[in-house]
Design a protein around this ligand. Structure first.
Ligand SMILES: *Cc1c(COP(=O)(O)O)cnc(C)c1O
Length: 376
């Protein structure tokens, strides 16, 4: 059996090696390392893929979130609501801009921001919401946009983990996650669903004026060469990374299917087990692209299971072990433990299994057999 990896980038690369190498070679041959034609091509292709008017490439997903908030004109003291159960980059950028993060609990079923908790957290100071499409599952954007419209709030989608996923609406329509709020932000970190071979990110919007503002902020606040109209940052997607992404973007749907196939096989093996809550898989809407395959282990020794898998050479991980409201950097006297029952429970129960585009049946069987062997 091939060695099991949490994310097997090497096996994926082997299959696209010639095209990727040629695409990178082109950048080397033309010496267009910054803002080369590859970047423009990628921008256009991603706009088309997502069905969004503007894609603004930048240096990483964290910058994408920061630039989005800068472009929306949020001011120190403005409250920004986001999920307690996510990667820290979301809350970090809020705090960095001296905005006030307001963490709220998540939903037990989809692990995304809880709609009632979100509603309750709104105050007269609330200016924006950052929903996160966690682990690849599109969150309920229809409900979030409804609340945002009611209260005149801005919505920044953190789509670092769910590029390609569809959000469903009650009229039957579907739109790509990240393109529904006022702005969307994503990451091309190597292990993300659309990963390059270094750091990369992008911002999406359908608003022409905002797109113009965001482009300038990402480029030192310059709208005309050497005229700095606003305080900006330096955040670019390298041409070499765009060259990799130009090869991988056309594969994204196929990669998503491979992840969903692996998830389906895992879930089939775990079906009905009393100690396992497996993520649900919808066959028609692609609302979950499985950035992670995350189980809840209930009434059993989650940490023991994790050690058992590691001992057998199966990588696995706890995303995330500590709720953000308990992180030293983000403590706030306003938070009460009873406001976070779901996150507090999830951090004790979640376990993410290997998930990538190259898992084969033998590996999946070994992983599921090993989980079931421990749980009995
Ligand atoms: C990865 C990630 C980010 C940050 O992306 P980087 O490119 O690593 O800066 C932000 N939010 C979430 C939810 C992420 O998973």
């Amino acid at each position: 059996m091939k060695k099991i990896q949490m994310v097997d980038l090497k096996s994926q690369y082997e299959k696209i090696k010639d095209t990727v190498n040629a695409s990178i070679q082109e950048v080397l041959d033309t010496n267009t390392y910054i803002n080369g034609p590859e970047v423009q091509k990628f921008q256009k292709n991603l706009e088309e893929y997502l069905g969004v008017k503007h894609v603004i490439p930048c240096a990483n997903g964290t910058d994408a979130l920061q630039i989005a908030m800068m472009g929306l004109g949020l001011k120190p003291g403005d409250e920004v609501i986001t999920a307690d159960f996510t990667f820290a980059a979301t809350v970090e950028t809020i705090a960095l801009l001296q905005l006030t993060p307001v963490l709220v609990d998540v939903d037990m079923y989809n692990m995304n921001i809880d709609i009632d908790a979100l509603r309750k957290a709104i105050t007269p100071k609330t200016k924006a919401i950052i929903p996160v499409h966690l682990f690849g599952r599109a969150t309920n954007m229809e409900a979030i946009m409804h609340i945002a419209n009611e209260h005149n709030l801005l919505v920044i989608e953190d789509n670092a983990q769910a590029i390609g996923a569809n959000c469903k609406f009650s009229d039957g329509s579907k739109r790509k996650a990240g393109t529904i709020g006022h702005v969307g932000a994503t990451s091309f970190f190597p292990s993300k669903n659309l990963g390059c071979y270094g750091d990369g990110g992008a911002i999406f919007t359908n608003d022409d004026a905002l797109a113009h503002t965001l482009r300038g902020i990402a480029n030192h606040g310059m709208y005309e060469r050497y005229h700095h109209d606003v305080v900006g940052v330096n955040s670019r997607l390298d041409s070499i990374q765009a060259a990799v992404l130009n090869v991988k973007l056309p594969m994204l749907d196929q990669y998503g299917k491979a992840r969903q196939d692996a998830a389906r096989k895992y879930s089939l093996a775990f079906e009905g087990h009393k100690n396992i809550v497996a993520p649900s898989i919808c066959d028609i809407c692609d609302c979950h692209v499985f950035h992670q395959y995350t189980l809840r282990i209930i009434g059993a020794d989650r940490n023991g299971l994790m050690q058992h898998l590691l001992d057998k050479g199966i990588p696995c991980a706890i995303y995330y072990p500590i709720p953000l409201h308990l992180q030293k950097a983000y403590l706030d006297v306003r938070y009460k433990e009873e406001d976070f029952p779901v996150t507090n429970q999830l951090v004790k129960e979640v376990l993410s299994l290997p998930m990538h585009t190259e898992l084969d049946d033998e590996q999946i069987k070994f992983i599921t057999d090993s989980v079931l062997e421990f749980l009995g």
